[in-house]
Design a protein around this ligand. Sequence first.
Ligand code: SF4
Length: 415
Amino acid sequence: MSDRQKQSRSQIASTSQMKKLMAAYFLEIDEAKKTGKQKVAWCTSVGPAELLHSMGFLVYYPENHGALLGATRMATDVIPLANAVGYSPDICSYLTADVGAYLKGVTPLTRAYGIQNIPKADILVYNTNQCRDVQDWFSFYAREWDVPIVGIHTHRNIREVENFHIADLVSQMKSMIPTLERVSGNRFDIDRLREVVDLSLQCTKLWRRVLECGAAKPAPLTFFDATIHMAPAVILRGKPEAIEYYKLLIAELEDRIKTKEGAVPGERHRLYWDGMPVWGKLRELSDQFYQLRTNVVASTYCNSWIFDAFDPKDPFESMARAYTELFIVRDESFKEWYMDKWIENFSIDGVIFHDAKTCPNNSNNRYSMPQRMAKRLGLPTLVLHGDLNDLRCYSEEQTRTNIEAFVEQLDQKDG
Ligand code: SF4
């Protein structure tokens, strides 16, 4: 794409406000570590963040740091350091990038915000709803810093979320409270938890609305935009700032819908992306689809921060349900039902499955789902082999060629 074409792409104006929010979030945590003013809890991206906020912790999400390492292309350089101390190149490349960066003493937060180090955790809190890797990842830091680690073990590959799942998860969450009280120095307060769950509920409803804007024709945003704008839903849920931000973004997107300003002018095809983003190649992929006048308008990944179940009246039960109803927790039949619904609502004409080498948990192509989907819906599907962070597993050339051929196939289908 020429520089002139790049300049002509209309940018989402709210992005500048989001950047300010991100900076304020990281600087607040950095300051708290320097002054010892407030304790910091590390939390997995779909862990019990509301409980931690309610107990007065600042909450830090290492997966977000992993994604930053990928997006800044630092990951591929630092992963070998983690491999050298025994973390296999085949396991989660968020984990290996994050541990490698720690061992090397580098972080993308330095360039972005002048922050020298990731914040040392006062406690590490995980939920295995997404994978086992998060437990092993947090265990590295628990050993390194000799700090407490607590976790929730979620039932996985389930079709329906049953009451006995919820009862078990609620009791696991409640059993964490004495440790959280000891580390934070604060008493648990159910009313404060209700308030935080209510803030998360408002945030998630707005985030759903942002993503549903993609159903408009032409769509006012792309999957690649959404991977950037989901940051507040990930790291600021439970905080009022996220709510204010999404109101601003929705107003902008709804304006675009009214004026029919598509993120991809002359949008010809509408795709669904399943699986992780390729963080180090967002720009290249976004540019290629733009040139092909094809928009990736919906994805499984960005939907992972829609938590319809939150309910301030039942904070524990609803958190347990919200974090178990997730796509990644469910079996293939649920996943297919879920994707079919989004494919229909977003008028999708093709589906891309990203087979991320180091994340089997988010790669849904491995048990014949694309073939079943193609047969059931009569939709073309494409499997791209790559990775979320480790660009040694990604071939730029091969990916470009495969996407080009796929879009040609869509063109032919249209006749
Ligand atoms: S779900 Fe995948 S990307 Fe996320 S932490 Fe687990 S292995 Fe890593």
